[in-house]
Design a protein around this ligand. Structure first.
Ligand code: NI
Length: 173
């Protein structure tokens, strides 16, 4: 197991569209395990492979209170989405310290392959619904701040560039 570096917005690699995974082999399982370790270490509820600069359709999540329900979603698809929408505050490990409101489908039905390569389906609501839609956006190359106004996005970009520079200076000291 290893922790992986997480790309930070506005890194252009975050806009890469991920490819489907054709075979769930040991390398894919290793990536899923490393992504889970990275997500837990960063105290996130979800992480897409895009964020660790691997452009394949793999997501890990854990939206449980106890942080003991890891989920692996390979080639996820939304089978159904509610007409009802929900506005909630979101954050992202690629955009640290930034939280803002995004409008999403309140409930979704999802199909994916699991870590074992077997297909499964589940109904999601609340945080799990938000998380799966947020992470699937990453696989399409979309970061949640792209739902915000241009002005907000420009402010966030400036803040992230500054923060990344400060973090690098701190590390090299
Ligand atoms: Ni994110």
């Amino acid at each position: 197991m290893a922790q992986l570096p997480i790309l930070r917005y506005p890194d252009p690699r975050l806009h890469t569209v991920a490819q489907a995974i054709t075979v769930v082999d040991d390398a894919v399982r290793q990536l899923a395990d490393d992504m889970l370790e990275t997500m837990y270490a960063a105290e996130g509820v979800g992480l897409a492979a895009t964020q660790v600069d691997v452009h394949r359709q793999l997501i890990v999540m854990d939206t449980s209170e106890e942080r003991d329900q890891p989920m692996v979603l390979i080639n996820p698809e939304i089978l159904w989405a509610s007409d009802e929408m929900h506005v909630g505050e979101e954050g992202c490990l690629s955009v640290p310290t930034i939280y803002d409101e995004v409008r999403r489908h309140a409930r979704v039905k999802v199909r994916a392959l699991g870590r074992d390569g077997e297909p499964y389906e589940f109904d999601a609501e609340g945080l799990t619904s938000v998380c799966v839609q947020h992470e699937m956006d990453h696989l399409r190359g979309k970061v949640f701040v792209e739902y915000l106004s241009l002005l907000k996005r420009e402010r966030i970009k400036t803040k992230m560039v500054k923060k990344t520079r400060e973090d690098q200076a701190r590390r090299s000291r």
